[in-house]
Write a protein that binds this ligand. Structure first.
Ligand code: GLU
Length: 312
């Protein structure tokens, strides 16, 4: 089967160096295996998404030297490639999950969820048994009062384990670390976890190379793959690039953006060389064209992840 990789930017701000590095890693991995590369825009969050940034983000990626076979600007057989145009597919998947008993309605506010938490591992937002009990106690009355509910995935007890191609073996306690995650919010907006799984499945994605901050999300997503009866892709989570303060780069903090670096005179080759070096793909940070990352010798990928994810 031909490898199909993807990069899935959220147009909530200009791309920063960390985004660029993850995009390069995803593109390089797919291309080194002779695979196709898909660009999907993740604009689910209506408050944060800025539609005018979609074209800007795509242009920034092209400027770096990344290309794609399918995407919002070039089309392709699995479109549309913008999540805001794919709601019917999320609805259909949610319907299936409801039918198989994997969902429940939740009438708790964010504050309720946090307050009910005994926060054993500093994860007060994880929706576990305490929140279920509170929902059972107050849900019916709130429903009668006309309060809108969100829909959550009913997480099974046990552990989920998988082997990440970059980050190695992973294991999460489902109820303590993942919990009953949201599929559709009370305001009707679709949640990331559901949308990303539905889209990656529909787009035939065979590997997801993305930032390490999404490792726990992968646990949730693997539960969704299983509930939908589908085989998951290979996962490869790459370390996040830190900014000068040692903090994770964030679009909202205005961390080093590609546009600012470009305006300051940086060339794409200079940035690609620096990022490739930071990933350990090359020995020096000398300028490099993205396509040169695909040359023999530089083209080693870690061995494929062994074994399928399993719940226990
Ligand atoms: N849209 C997410 C982001 O920009 C990436 C999600 C993913 O790669 O699964 O952080």
């Amino acid at each position: 089967m031909r490898v199909r990789g993807r990069y899935a930017p959220s147009p909530s701000g200009p791309l920063h160096l960390g985004n660029a590095r993850t995009a390069l890693a995803a593109w390089r991995s797919a291309r080194l295996q002779g695979g196709a590369f898909v660009l999907r825009v993740e604009d689910l969050d209506r408050q944060r998404s800025r539609p005018e940034l979609i074209d800007v983000n795509l242009a920034e990626l092209r400027w770096l030297g990344i290309d794609w076979d399918e995407g919002p600007d070039v089309g392709g057989p699995c479109g549309p490639y913008v999540q805001s145009a794919r709601f019917a597919r999320y609805e259909e998947a949610l319907e299936r999950l409801r039918g198989s008993g994997h969902t429940f309605g939740c009438w708790l506010s964010r504050k309720d969820v946090l307050e009910a938490s005994s926060a054993p591992h500093g994860r007060p937002h994880v929706y576990g048994p305490a929140q279920r009990a509170l929902n059972a106690a107050v849900g019916a009355a709130r429903r009668q009062a006309g309060k809108a509910s969100c829909e959550r995935f009913l997480a099974p007890p046990g552990e989920i384990a998988f082997v990440d191609r970059e980050a190695g073996p992973q294991r999460f306690d489902i109820l303590e670390e993942i919990g009953d995650f949201v599929l559709r919010r009370a305001d009707g907006e679709w949640a990331y976890q559901l949308a990303v799984v539905v889209d990656d499945l529909a787009m035939g994605i065979t590997e997801e190379v993305r930032g390490e901050d999404l490792l726990v999300s992968t646990g949730a997503q693997l539960l969704l793959y299983a509930a939908l009866g589908a085989a998951p892709p290979v996962f490869a989570h790459v370390p996040l690039l830190l900014d000068e303060d040692g903090q994770r780069m964030a679009k909202r903090r205005g961390s080093q953006t590609l546009s600012a670096l470009r305006e300051a005179g940086a060339s794409p080759e200079a940035l690609v060389g620096r990022l490739a070096h930071s990933m350990g793909w090359v020995e020096t940070p000398a300028p490099l064209r993205a396509v040169e990352l695909l040359d023999g010798g530089l083209g080693e990928l870690p061995p494929a992840a062994g074994g399928n994810p399993k719940t226990q």
